[in-house]
Design a protein. Structure first.
Length: 275
């Protein structure tokens, strides 16, 4: 097969995924997304919305731990301070995940690696996501990621770059909050009054997820500058030594913030993805 034929085939695959009506039984939602970066870098949940954040997806064309045979989900991250004004709502049951969920299963990788990464995501982000437990959190993550990942599969097959991929997501109704390093794209999301996370444009947060009876906090909830609080980022750091004098902090995490979560023995080099 020649180059022209390969490109044509890739574009046909992409066209299938990028159609606003989709190619399967479940059509892609029609939604008008605001322009990327038009909302600034600091996420505001809006009137009556307690929790908002980003669904971070990996195209799979990055280097090292960010290189995959196909697009994958990285995680659902409530945008608490210093990334936004979302509240941090702890789960009723903080037990770490006990199984590897389908969207976190990496073909060819040992189960221990997948489990470590899931528990990392739970401790760093799930502990603030307002879900009942880890099962509800990861079930929602996989559900949210399914259709956008299908779009990414089409754009990757067509050889589109990250900017054009983001534009394809926008046109498909999946609103992009930010473009990240290592070929990652963040979609904006909010949690509604029933505890369900929904993909939505930031301008739609109040109408889709808002509780009209809930007052808007005057200031974002944030931990003291030199303290590690479970489920939240601690002080910024570059090495473990930066965290020694901070209350309740035990080490410097890959995210660049001190944490109260000790590094699990034997898995220090399991996965180098951050966030």
């Amino acid at each position: 097969m020649g180059l022209a034929q390969c490109l044509h085939l890739g574009l046909l695959v992409a066209a299938c995924f990028l159609s606003l009506q989709g190619c399967g039984e479940h059509p892609t939602p029609r939604r008008q997304c605001s322009q990327i970066y038009s909302h600034g870098r600091d996420m505001h949940c809006g009137l009556g919305v307690r929790l908002c954040g980003v669904l971070t997806l990996e195209v799979g064309t990055g280097s090292g731990a960010y290189h995959h045979s196909h697009p994958v989900v990285h995680g659902l991250w409530p945008q608490i301070h210093p990334f936004g004004h979302s509240e941090c709502v702890a789960p009723k049951d903080a037990t770490p995940p006990q199984v590897v969920y389908e969207c976190y299963h990496q073909e060819g990788e040992p189960k221990t690696k997948d489990m470590w990464f899931e528990r990392h995501e739970w401790q760093q982000h799930g502990m603030c996501a307002g879900t009942k437990d880890a099962d509800m959190f990861f079930s929602q993550v996989c559900g949210l990621a399914e259709k956008p990942l299908a779009v990414l599969g089409g754009t990757r097959a067509a050889g589109l770059d990250l900017v054009d991929t983001a534009d394809a997501l926008q046109r498909s109704g999946y609103c992009v909050w930010n473009l990240e390093s290592n070929s990652q794209i963040q979609l904006s999301a909010c949690q509604d009054t029933t505890g369900k996370w929904l993909l939505a444009d930031v301008e739609e947060f109040p109408s889709i997820c808002g509780d009209r009876k809930l007052p808007v906090p005057l200031h974002p909830s944030m931990p003291p500058a030199e303290t590690c609080i479970h489920g939240r980022h601690g002080p910024r750091c570059k090495s473990d030594s930066d965290c020694i004098r901070s209350t309740n902090c035990v080490r410097c995490a890959h995210s660049g913030f001190c944490t109260d979560i000790p590094l699990l023995e034997g898995v220090a080099s399991v996965d180098l993805r951050t966030g």
